[in-house]
Ligand binder design. Structure first.
Ligand SMILES: Cc1ncc(COP(=O)(O)O)c(C=O)c1O
Length: 372
């Protein structure tokens, strides 16, 4: 009998956000509102649809393995050299490539916890040790929802090849500020690669939350990870990118690229999306305005919601998570539960968020009535 590597056998499955189709099949709820995976609610950009239509005629050919046009467009957009840019089949694949490229078995990857749930899985696959540094309260008396950068710096040891700093943090939405991040980068050894995972950068509105691409300048051990899945609306096409200060870092990541894994459709769409940046900015502004409204509405209901700099909010409801998420699903609203910790709710359209708030009110008043 064949058997997988022990590390793989022990791997918990990655649990993506559930889809309306899952709810229809499992509990017979039709037309659920999906606020589980941090996509934007807007349809694809018109220029993207046009580019996809044109690219469809070429899908009998392999894509450009080097994604030359997209890489050049990204380099131009961010004022870096193409040699500093690597594209990948979603930022998640680039995370995995980073581990493959930098972690020998027995070395380590450090990150805050809780954070993006792929970090521990990809460390385990790479036979690397995970160093997890617990989040700390972002404000006195609040829930643990913010990076402890001093703790993270102290936890880095001479086995640590990669540190992920997810900014803003998924799933809590909190962001670290410029001075703290600069202090952190100043003390991490130059032999450890710091990856600023900025999957949600486009939703940041606090001017004190630094742009990783600016912080990266002059620091050869820093790279920035971004994605077209969120603000740019291409989650279904799978394309993300890494920008590294040192082209040697980009080159190492390129070496573990699965050939042709960024499809020709994804490349064409990403180029078209970049050319529609003004429209993307308008959409992000609508999302962040709605984020503030949703945050306010939740706080009015007495919920302890931190300031999110992403396109989702975090409800630190602890032991109520499983019951609340299931009760919301029964009312056709899909959120993302993290057992025993909290529920992450993607900012939807105002109408979708009103459906969520109404469902939440119903669940809570049913709970209060039961408690009487
Ligand atoms: C923090 C973070 N990094 C990376 C990713 C990966 O994004 P994608 O693979 O869709 O580009 C996600 C997706 O949810 C994320 O939340």
């Amino acid at each position: 009998m064949v058997s997988a590597r022990p590390a793989v056998q022990q791997l918990p499955a990655y649990r993506p956000g559930r889809n309306p189709a899952d709810l229809a099949r499992e509990i017979g709820v039709e037309r659920a509102v999906k606020l589980a995976s941090n996509e934007v609610a807007f349809p694809p950009l018109p220029a993207v649809v046009e580019a996809l239509t044109a690219a469809a005629a070429e899908t009998h050919r392999y894509p450009d393995n080097g994604a030359v046009v997209l890489t050049a467009a990204l380099a131009q957009r961010y004022g870096v050299a193409p040699a500093q840019v690597v594209t990948g089949c979603g930022a998640v694949m680039l995370c995995q490539q980073l581990a493959q490229s930098f972690n020998d078995p027995g070395t380590s990857i450090a990150y805050a916890w809780r954070s993006f749930e792929m970090y521990p899985l990809l460390a385990q696959v790479a036979a690397a040790r995970s160093i997890q540094v617990p989040l700390v309260p972002g404000r006195p008396g609040g829930p643990a929802d913010t990076h402890d950068l001093e703790g993270l710096a102290a936890a880095v040891d001479d086995t640590t090849r990669v540190v992920f700093v997810c900014n803003p943090n998924n799933p809590t939405g909190t962001a670290v500020r410029r001075a703290a991040l600069e202090r952190f980068l100043d003390v991490v050894p130059e032999t450890t690669l710091v990856v600023l995972d900025e999957a949600y950068r486009e939703f940041v509105t606090d001017p004190d939350v630094p742009d990783g691409l600016e912080l990266m300048r002059g620091r050869s051990n820093v790279a920035v990870l971004r994605t077209f899945s969120k603000a740019w609306g291409l989650a279904g096409l799978r394309v993300g990118y890494l920008v590294a200060e040192d082209p040697v870092v980009a080159d190492a990541v390129r070496k573990t690229h699965v050939p042709f894994s960024v499809s020709s459709l994804a490349q064409a769409a990403a180029v078209a999306a970049l050319a529609s940046e003004e429209e993307v900015r308008r959409r992000c502004a609508a999302v962040t305005a709605e984020r503030e409204r949703l945050t306010g509405a939740l706080r009015e209901r007495g919920l302890d919601v931190s300031d999110s700099q992403a396109n989702f909010v975090w409800l630190p409801v602890g032991e109520e998570v499983a019951g609340l998420a299931a009760a919301l699903e029964a009312r056709a609203v899909i959120t993302r539960p993290f057992a025993g910790e909290g529920i992450r709710v993607t900012v939807g359209t105002p109408e979708e968020d009103d459906v969520f708030l109404a469902a939440l009110d119903q669940v809570r008043s049913a709970g209060a009535a039961r408690g009487r």
